[in-house]
Ligand binder design. Structure first.
Ligand SMILES: O=C(O)c1cccc(C(=O)CC[C@H]2O[C@@H](n3cnc4c(=O)[nH]cnc43)[C@H](O)[C@@H]2O)c1
Length: 270
């Protein structure tokens, strides 16, 4: 099982490597076009050997897609393809409760149940990776590219993996939006939530990683440690250190899961 983890900046990469490295020392640094992969080999609790490669590909969806595509292609050409691509890093959290994506209204509970808000220092696992600003402004407001007849704006990570990672880390599950411009006002945050009521977090790379992975039929996951609230810009209030620590602790916990989520109870590949 081979897993590629893509972060934006080296500080995020190092936080992930520290977490996985707590049980599996780094074994190699390998150049790929445009970057350097840090390779680790954590021992999976069951099944075949696990190789985890971590790459800092740059900020934004284009850099993320370019770096992910380069790493996936290099691995495929070497006949050692990846089984999973993970977008990881810090992110902004939607810090108010939102309708649950899984609990729908019933006769007994007519109002939609609420999911936990994504507070500072918490972890969000994406059950949907959505490009929030890929589209066109029209007189009637924003229109997604899909409504214009092009491409896609959403990738869905494998549900069993999302569930396993979220349960192991007590993470919030929800949509993670990919934006090219960090939200900086309450109005923009409200507009995003109106269009994406299940949004738990925003960041700048997930859709790029997922799009590059989908082009090679590789499943994708996104994991964000919340460093700031989505809303009026207050860079001084970002808790980057706490978020990086949460990222380290999370990847220490989930590294073995990344290698076993496709296994049945007997430890064989499904
Ligand atoms: O200054 C530092 O030490 C530092 C360390 C690690 C990461 C950073 C970044 O600024 C990374 C930028 C990265 O963060 C994501 N992010 C975080 N909050 C938001 C947000 O509210 N909206 C969108 N993106 C956010 C994003 O993915 C960037 O790539 C600095």
């Amino acid at each position: 099982m081979r897993v590629l983890i893509v972060t934006a900046v080296p500080a995020e990469r190092d936080a992930v490597v520290r977490g996985i490295g707590a049980t599996a020392p780094e074994v190699a640094e390998l150049p790929v076009p445009g970057g350097m992969i840090h390779r680790l080999s954590p021992a999976p609790p069951a099944g075949p050997p696990l190789t985890v490669d971590v790459l800092a590909a740059g900020v934004g969806p284009a850099a993320a897609a370019a770096g992910t595509a380069a790493a996936l292609t290099a691995a495929a050409v070497a006949r050692t393809p990846y089984d999973l691509a993970v977008s990881a890093g810090i992110g902004g959290g939607f810090t108010t409760a939102r309708p649950s994506a899984t609990a729908r209204p019933t006769a007994e509970q007519p109002a939609p149940a609420q999911s936990a808000p994504a507070r500072l220092g918490s972890i969000v696992v994406a059950d949907a990776i959505v490009a929030a600003d890929l589209g066109a402004e029209t007189p009637d407001g924003f229109t997604a590219v899909t409504d214009l007849g092009f491409g896609t704006v959403e990738h869905l990570p494998p549900a069993p993996l999302v569930a396993a990672v979220a349960e192991a880390t007590d993470a919030v599950r929800g949509t993670v939006l990919t934006v090219s411009t960090v939200t900086g006002s309450a109005e923009r945050a409200a507009e995003l939530l109106r269009r994406h009521p299940h949004a738990a977090a925003e960041a700048m790379e997930g859709f790029g990683v997922a799009e590059a992975a989908a082009a090679q039929s590789v499943p994708a996951l996104e994991v964000r440690a919340i460093s700031n609230a989505v809303g009026p810009r207050d860079r001084a209030a970002w808790r980057i250190g706490e978020a990086l620590e949460a990222l380290t602790s999370t990847f220490g916990t989930i590294a073995p899961l990344l290698g076993t989520w496709t296994l049945d109870p007997e430890g064989t590949r499904q």
